[in-house]
Design a protein around this ligand. Sequence first.
Ligand code: TYD
Length: 216
Amino acid sequence: MSGIFISFEGPDGAGKTTALNSLTPKLKALTEQEIVVSREPGGSPIAEKIRKIILDIHDQEMDDRTEALLYAAARRQHLVDVILPTLNADKILLSDRFVDSSIAYQGGGREIGTKEVAEINDFAIDGHLPDLTIYFDISPEVGLSRIRKDHQQAMDRLEKASLDFHKRVHDSYLKLVHDNPDRIVSINADQAPDQVVEDAVNVIIQRFPNVFNGGR
Ligand code: TYD
């Protein structure tokens, strides 16, 4: 397999999805290799159906472990349908969220346990970890205030959870960054949007200088 797999992670309100939208064309201009952008939960037809079930605002009574298993199931399908074929075709796959989201949100946030959630995800991903993970760091307070300003009516079920939940998610992300220094690079997301994008692009160029070399 010769493609490159990069995931993007962060707490709600980190601006990760917006940053991904503007950094993708910048990366495309720097390489001849094709770039495919995907997201979780979802990213393929079956995985998107599972996403609808998980994020349905009415399902307040969903069991925490059911939720964790559904995320892992959606991830498995996304991996098989999109990620592996893209990497096998020598392309670059950018995924908005991947396994670290489950460890932080279900393991830490929902307090199932990071080890337990990592284990069910090991079964789902079968060793296919990203080559690089960019983590957009934002404090839970700033992250949540951004969400409230942006789309007060459209908060989904998980975003409605308490500040304590978001603090546990943030703490778990910091532990993941600490425990995986070779894979995960943390970026300060509490800066001007352009600066955040520039930082992310620079991390990617530095990690893969032969691929993002301006098409030379
Ligand atoms: P989404 O609308 O895609 O938000 P974002 O732009 O923040 O990624 O919703 C994804 C939500 O699902 C987000 O609150 C994080 C959560 N999530 C988990 O709890 N576990 C997971 O494994 C994944 C992939 C996402």
